[in-house]
Write a protein that binds this ligand. Structure first.
Ligand code: 5AD
Ligand code: SF4
Length: 463
């Protein structure tokens, strides 16, 4: 019997990858994906704990789901609710107490256990127990990557591939070392095998994922380990793989081999998300970032020497405890000096259990808001300016989906900009649909004709 699975994903790309893998492990058990929770037999909330209100959002979603679950129960139909991901890891037992509608709780390391956990919950329900509650801690700990199905339903030309998980850096604001655990790198051969599978399915671009992806040090057959730069080199050698990206990196782990990969390997895209968080050395130290602003500038200079067109992105936190106007100005100065293509910025949010959350020098909310507004205005200007430099250029765009307008396809530039491509200019016989479907999932040469704050517009160039 086929059953329906609905997965709602919060947070980072690693959760997107994990959600896909959860669908993979459930597929042999008869589950197919549904677009809404209404007809689902199993709903998975894959949660994120990085900033405030994440847990609250999950509780209100569960409130909505409970109504669907109760209505189904009245009609004699079963529905199970699973909470997965980082909130589950951090607050699992507490969540079960607070929200009785939850059936299953599983952290990011145990999603391959979903079928067993589900079976156990079903047995409990069938035996007439009032609740059917299963926690992943009831199952043995093992490496989830060793338990993935060999097949997956990939769609589109771009895919994520998790190569590394966890973090040992312990930035004082961050929950990741507690929710995702210690750093772990998958062996090189496993990654190559998964990449080959993706390429067979038509994938042209792979984004390597890890909380600290450039700390990657995966085992090789000869007993040595490979760095991320080495891994990228090996992946670039695979026939059919056109583009390689990776995220998220830490300045401390930006080694010479990786910087050289940007210079020497054409498949390594000219785009780097390298969070700096702050431009003040005092704050960087209090954050336990283990680098200075000057070291960050050096890395950027080295990258730009090898690959002058590299587009840079970062994360910023404003209002970290103890941040003065002067510290904040140092962040603004860093942004002016680096000149970003795009960036994410956040108000500091005290996370329970992290060292910074108990500091007495918390910054007032209105100050955080003012600083965020100023920073985002500057970053926004830089993003538009960067996009404008694209106008008139011809670049390779990986066409990933059909656009809203007729004869329009949407893809990504090498610099990760979204590009809306009008394909009608090349059509003589008005069969735009044909052209569009022929171009989909491919790399096309596109001339950029217009730049907006968040995306570009282009037309097909001579191929
Ligand atoms: N408050 C605000 N932002 C945070 N981030 C991580 N933890 C916090 C926090 N407690 C941001 C950092 C990180 C990004 C993923 O989320 O900028 O790089
Ligand atoms: Fe969190 Fe810092 Fe690790 Fe990034 S490097 S995951 S911010 S602790």
């Amino acid at each position: 019997m086929t059953k329906k699975l609905f997965i709602k994903t919060y947070g980072c790309q690693m959760n997107v990858y994990d959600s896909k893998r959860m669908a993979d492990v459930l597929k042999p058990h008869g589950y197919t994906l549904s677009e809404t929770p209404d007809e689902a037999n199993l709903v998975v909330l894959n949660t994120c704990h990085i900033r405030e209100k994440a847990a609250e959002k999950v509780y209100s979603e569960i409130g909505r789901l409970r109504q669907i679950k109760d209505a189904k129960a009245e009609g004699g139909e079963d529905m199970y609710i699973a909470v997965a991901g980082c909130v589950a890891q951090a607050e699992g037992p507490e969540m079960m107490r607070r929200a009785p509608a939850i059936d299953l709780v599983l952290g990011p390391q145990t999603y391959h256990r979903l079928p067993d956990m589900l079976k156990s919950a079903e047995e409990q329900r069938r035996s007439g127990r009032r609740s059917s509650r299963v926690l992943d801690t009831e199952f043995p700990v093992e490496t989830k990557f060793d338990h993935l199905p060999q097949d997956s339903d990939y769609e589109g030309p771009a895919a994520f591939l998790t190569v590394q998980e966890g973090c040992d850096k312990f930035c004082t604001f961050c929950v990741v070392p507690y929710t995702r655990g210690a750093e772990y790198s998958r062996p090189v051969q496993d990654i190559i095998d998964e990449a080959k599978l993706l390429i067979q399915k038509g994938v042209l671009e792979i984004t390597l994922l890890g909380q600290n992806v450039n700390a990657y040090h995966g085992d090789l057959e000869n007993g040595k380990t490979a760095s991320l730069g080495e891994l990228i080199k090996r992946l670039a050698d695979l026939d059919g793989l056109e583009r390689i990206r990776y995220t998220t990196s830490h300045p401390r782990d930006m080694d010479a081999e990786l910087i050289a990969a940007h210079r020497d390997i054409p498949e390594c895209m000219p785009y780097l998300h390298l969070p700096v968080q702050s431009g003040s050395d005092k704050i960087l130290d209090a954050m336990n970032r283990k680098h200075t602003a000057e070291r960050y500038f050096e890395i950027i200079d080295e990258l730009r020497t090898g690959r002058p067109d590299i587009a840079l992105s970062s994360d910023f936190i404003v209002g970290f405890p103890g941040e003065t106007d002067e510290d904040f100005e140092a962040t603004m100065e860093l942004v002016r000096r680096v000149n970003y293509a795009q960036a994410y910025s956040f108000k500091y949010s005290p996370r329970p259990g992290t060292p910074a959350s108990v500091l007495e020098t918390q910054v007032e909310e209105h100050v955080k808001s003012e600083r965020l507004t100023a920073l985002q205005a500057l970053l926004g200007e830089q993003q538009i300016a960067f996009n404008k430099t694209s106008v008139g250029k011809t670049m390779d765009v990986l066409l990933e989906r059909i656009g809203k307008e007729e004869g329009q396809l949407v893809g990504r530039s090498p610099y990760l900009q979204a590009v809306h491509v009008d394909v009608t200019n090349t059509v003589q016989d008005h069969s735009t649909d044909n052209i569009a479907s022929n171009m989909m999932n491919k790399l096309a040469k596109v001339e950029i004709v217009e730049a907006g704050p968040r995306s570009l517009k282009g037309v097909l160039a001579e191929q």
